[in-house]
Ligand binder design. Structure first.
Ligand SMILES: NC(=O)c1ccc[n+]([C@@H]2O[C@H](COP(=O)([O-])OP(=O)(O)OC[C@H]3O[C@@H](n4cnc5c(N)ncnc54)[C@H](O)[C@@H]3O)[C@@H](O)[C@H]2O)c1
Length: 248
């Protein structure tokens, strides 16, 4: 498919996992893609940026827009996790996760808006999470951050619809990325933990980064021109389905 031919895209957190799969897919489908990441690695067009630092974001977005000749698509994907109940994370951790996961989106969007306003096919896709819509244990801080991403997506969609900028988000379930690999490595019994995560999803397996990338690419594409202010679940049915236990 070359449906993104001529579009210019920025993907934050594009050096790993969902962001890497998204950057590759957008490029395969014809877009020119700039990756903004703490460490852009070997991305063909990579810019070092920390989404928790406004000056860093402004410099990287300006450099990316210069290299691409503008911005049509912004994928706000950079994010970090946190484990624990509301009793477990101190104030510094709360500030840090909200700074990256929520204000990170604010900073990149603020910097990219003038370029998006100049685009005929402007779209923003935020990487949210099933943690925004389902109560997951031991994820109080992370869930609060993604709940904010969901609400921010809706508010941004309302604010910018008349400027021709669409804003949507994807809500992945548990995705098989290096992030989840790190969580599994840290578990007492990684195989049992993986089995529990697989079993939590009606499809019986983790979501792939490529499946989330495909949803992001759809929302970013002109094919979705009438879609704004939506959250697209890519979660193996975890949010919407209530299955009976499998017959043994
Ligand atoms: N993996 C999952 O199960 C899952 C599920 C739902 C949502 N998500 C969301 O998907 C997004 C990507 O997750 P992933 O699993 O691909 O993670 P990952 O750790 O594999 O990749 C995240 C990337 O973001 C970059 N990054 C982190 N902090 C940054 C910062 N301050 N500035 C710039 N870049 C930064 C990292 O360097 C890394 O390249 C996150 O927003 C996460 O919350 C992940």
């Amino acid at each position: 498919m070359t449906d993104l031919q001529g579009l210019r895209a920025i993907v934050t957190g594009g050096a790993s996992g969902i962001g890497l799969a998204t950057a590759r897919l957008l490029a395969e489908r014809g877009a020119r893609v700039a990756v903004l990441d703490l460490d852009p690695g070997d991305a063909p067009l990579g810019f070092t940026a920390d989404v928790s630092d406004d000056a860093s974001v402004r410099a990287a977005v300006a450099a990316a827009a210069g290299a691409l000749g503008g911005i049509d698509v912004l994928v706000n994907n950079a994010g970090i996790g946190a484990a624990g109940t509301v009793a477990d994370n101190d104030d510094a951790q709360w500030h840090r996760v909200l700074d990256v996961n929520v204000l990170g989106i604010v900073r990149t969007t603020r910097a990219a808006l003038p370029h998006l306003r100049a685009s005929a096919h402007a779209a923003i896709v935020n990487t949210c999470s099933i943690a925004a819509t389902a109560g997951l244990p031991q994820r109080a801080l992370y869930s609060a951050s993604k709940g904010a991403v969901l609400s921010l997506t809706l508010a941004m969609a309302a604010d910018h619809v008349r400027e021709g900028i669409r804003v949507n988000c994807v809500n992945p379930g548990t995705v098989d990325t290096p992030w989840v690999g790190r969580l599994l490595d840290a578990a007492d019994d990684p195989a049992a933990e993986r089995a529990a995560l697989n079993a939590r999803q009606p499809t019986g397996r983790l979501v792939s980064a490529q499946e989330v990338a495909a949803a992001i690419a759809y929302l970013a594409s002109p094919a979705a021109a009438s879609t704004t202010g939506t959250a697209l679940a890519v979660d193996g049915g975890m949010q919407g389905l209530r299955l009976r236990p499998a017959a043994s």
